[in-house]
Design a protein around this ligand. Structure first.
Ligand code: ADP
Length: 496
């Protein structure tokens, strides 16, 4: 039995509109391939303007009914979706693992995180309130109202999380959606549709697979879309923001990162800190906007940290994402693999010292995959490898002595998504967190995305916060309604 059959994948997928996979109009499709064996997993419709238009119309027709659905009912449906994903988690996690090459341990975590998103916004849906207060002669009510049809576009690195980040708050707030998954990672989102069809009314959640310049561009330009939400590169984010500006619709963006991770000299458990720093670099095989890929190490602990870091990186078990002992698996595609190897050459050419890793290695039976040994560079902050988002297991280590200069360098990057720091001094932790220009600062643990913690970027890392109650404000506008108990005295008519 082929892997696709074993995982219950359909041979073909098309746009999911009105709770059905609709026959494609363009007739064009693309392949979803196993990222390390090259085996074809399915064919997916390459949607364009026409499919996007049909999907937006379906979402627009569903909007009045969905908006009028009591929040308690919307909430109950999100809880059902969470339960359906939970029951299907082992299969969905395996699909993601082979589709994008990540280890199963991580893709299972992704789906658990997605489940918590559906549950969080199920609760938030019924506690999202406007406000009211008395005014002279009456009362002011500020109501929160959904925008209508939301157009949402996501990347390939964590498809389960991205899908949940977009669907959950938007529909909780009473919007309907048209979502475009990434062309490299559409399968688990399309499989999720099979659960959606059992739970939600037709037209509330619509999915249009395809390419960015086609389905993506058609969605951002569509006049029926009242709100845009995007996660991906800062370059494409700028295009999406431009499309929003063109039609004057609100845009929320979660974009790239090049996060500093800072080791202070007072740490008391070097092994744990190094392990954390490795996790910060290699989670998602380094293909994460949050990755802590600029490691600032204080001079006093530099040699001890480097010794452990290099030994740790060289021990990392590389293999297929489905093998239970794998720590680092393959990058999403040959294109991404070549890009990362290109950055290894750039680092060497600009004078950074490659201490270990940075080579493509073969894995038997997975010859199509790009498995790259984790690379550690000794670098300077202004080097390209320390400034540009590489999206691979490549770490730039930067030695520091002077605190103010280190803070300046940590902030000297166009991004501002996340930052980590390790210290045993509470005041130092607090004051440093205060000075770092980042949407999330993690102290003594990297990637701490506690349920409901606002997640968003400063500077070129984005606009808006996801994963928190505030997100519902991004998916609604405020309407002020004032009530007077009697009609005000005329202002212009002469009094008798
Ligand atoms: P990454 O660097 O993570 O691959 P991208 O920013 O290239 O991220 O892509 C993220 C998402 O944006 C994908 O779903 C992609 O198809 C989509 N996309 C790319 N270009 C455009 C565009 N011009 N308009 C709309 N969507 C786009």
């Amino acid at each position: 039995m082929s892997l696709s059959h074993e995982l219950g994948l359909s041979e073909t997928y098309s746009a999911f509109i009105n709770n059905e996979f609709q026959p494609t109009i363009t007739g064009q499709s693309f392949e979803a391939r196993h990222s390390s064996t090259g085996e074809q997993l399915a064919r997916i419709a390459r949607c364009g303007k026409v499919e996007v238009d049909v999907a937006v119309q379906a979402a627009a027709s569903a909007f009045p009914g969905w908006r009028a659905t009591p929040p308690e009912e919307r909430s109950a449906m999100l809880l059902k979706l969470a339960a359906a994903v939970e029951a299907d988690l082992p299969r969905l996690a395996r699909i993601d693992s082979i589709d994008i090459g990540r280890r199963l341990f991580e893709t299972e975590l992704d789906h658990r995180f997605a489940i918590s998103q559906y549950r969080y916004f199920a609760a938030a849906a019924i506690t999202h309130e406007g406000f009211g207060r008395p005014i002279p002669g009456g009362y002011l009510v500020a109501k929160r109202e959904p925008y209508g049809v939301c157009g949402q576009i996501i990347p390939w690195n964590v498809p389960a999380i991205m899908t949940a980040f977009k669907i959950a708050p938007a529909v909780a707030a009473g919007n309907t959606i048209v979502l475009k998954p990434d062309e490299n990672a559409s399968l688990s989102t399309l499989e999720l549709c099979k659960h959606v069809a059992e739970i939600f009314p037709p037209g509330v959640i619509n999915i249009v697979p395809g390419f960015g310049e086609e389905a993506g561009a058609a969605l951002t330009a569509h006049p029926g879309v009242s709100k845009l939400a995007f996660t991906g590169s800062s370059e494409v984010g700028r295009i999406i923001a431009g499309a929003g500006a063109e039609r004057l619709v609100p845009v929320s963006l979660e974009l790239g990162g090049k996060s500093p991770n800072i080791i202070f000299p007072d740490i008391d458990d070097i092994d744990a800190v190094v392990d954390n720093a490795m996790f910060a670099t290699m989670y998602c095989n380094g293909q994460s906007c949050l990755a802590g890929t600029r490691l600032f190490v204080h001079d006093a602990v530099y040699d001890a940290v480097m010794e452990r870091l290099v030994a740790g990186m060289e021990r990392v078990k590389i293999g297929s994402g489905l093998a239970p002992d794998t720590v680092l698996s393959n990058l999403v595609s040959a294109e991404q693999g070549k890009r990362v190897l290109g950055y290894i050459d750039i680092g060497k050419a600009e004078g950074a010292r490659l201490v270990t890793g940075g080579r493509r290695v073969p894995v038997e039976g997975h010859e199509a995959g790009y498995f790259i040994t984790p690379a550690v560079f000794e670098a300077h902050n202004r080097m390209r490898i320390a400034q540009e988002e590489i999206f691979g297991p490549v770490l730039s280590v930067i030695r520091w002595k002077d605190y103010d200069q280190m803070i300046e360098e940590a902030n000297d990057v166009r991004y501002g998504l996340a930052a980590g720091l390790y210290t045993t001094n509470l005041r130092n932790a607090w004051e440093t967190a205060d000075r770092l220009q980042a949407g999330s600062v993690w102290i003594n643990q990297y990637f701490n995305l506690a349920s409901g913690s606002p997640f968003g970027g400063f500077k070129e890392s984005g606009i808006g916060s996801e994963y928190c109650h505030e997100t519902l404000n991004m998916y609604t506008h405020l309407k002020a309604v004032t009530i007077q108990t009697q009609v005000a005295q005329p202002w212009f008519a002469p009094r008798s």
